[in-house]
Write a protein that binds this ligand. Sequence first.
Ligand code: UD1
Length: 361
Amino acid sequence: MKVISVVGARPQLVKLAPIAAAMAATSHTHRILHTGQHYDADLSDVFFSGLGIPAPDVHLGVGSGSHGAQTGSMLTALDPIFEAERPDWVLVYGDTNSTIAATLAAVKLHIPVAHLEAGLRSFNRRMPEEHNRVLTDHAADLLLAPTEVAMRHLADENLADRSVLVGDVMVDVCLSVRDTVAADPAAHDHLPAHLDRSAPYVVATLHRPDNTDDRDRLDGILDALAALPVQVALLAHPRLIAKADHHGLSLERGSIVLGRPLPYAGMVAAVLGSTGVVTDSGGLQKEAFLLGRAGTTIRPETEWVETLEGGWNVLVPDPHLLAPGELAGIVTRGAPGTDIGAPYGDGTAAEEVVRVLAARG
Ligand code: UD1
């Protein structure tokens, strides 16, 4: 069996790591194609080196652009590669522009497409990722779902016959990196030098267009974070830096301690050392949950609804509109400490993915 994994953005590299390892343990052929959607070393290179992923076989280098321009460049570049390679499967990950581009290119060449992390829904049509997910699921031939809830969404859209529950590959990588980090946390400390490690801190990230693109909203959210009674290690995505710069806003204010995006093990170490996480990222919400830290999500909804059970994750759509002290109460509430069960599987999803691909290829 020959599989081409198409990735392009940071969260896809995290999911690729356990798949690449599981494929390498077999005699199947695995090629990695990087679209170049994320090109900063902090968002791409450190994930390959840090997670032991082989270098991409093909790099399209498409870079940034509007959704149309970015997706269109990928489509144009993917056609001849898929034609030449003719894999048994094109494996696409998650919900980015790289996911939908590879799906469209492959299905039109009658190359089977498998979608990893199928069936997630926010039901928020303002999110570009929601369109990418829905369209990818409806076009793909095999839907690899991480959870029972995702399986139900697929069934509701008449896609049950193409769906298989495999578990969540992010558990595979998160738990194994947790064990490595726990053995020597200091070796993975990439938090800003001026963060006071002897005092409590929360880890924060912010990058979604709905939170970054409107000047007043971004300013309000930053003020709300700055007023927290605990250090806020804000690990800024390039989009956040670019938008703050464009709006003439300073990120460093009050409790905020500004830092760069972290390598994966660095992020796991940062979360383990924190008292909680404040984020609008899908992946980090789940990592907080898996690592036993209280999560606060700056969004009106989440695709990862399992994290809400028992109050592990709390949605705060408009932190800047809360009464003074209310956000602090939520963010510093501490981890619930209840058993989270295993809603995302047992950390062996990647092997299951390879098994299912081989059985159906
Ligand atoms: C993308 C994904 C999103 C994912 C996120 C994780 C889509 C529609 N969105 O969002 O699902 O959660 O990645 O990081 O595919 N930029 C850089 N350097 C980079 C990459 C981006 O400076 O390496 C800046 C550019 O100004 C660019 C902006 O970030 O215009 C947005 O990048 P883009 O890849 O379009 O989307 P993300 O916001 O990163």
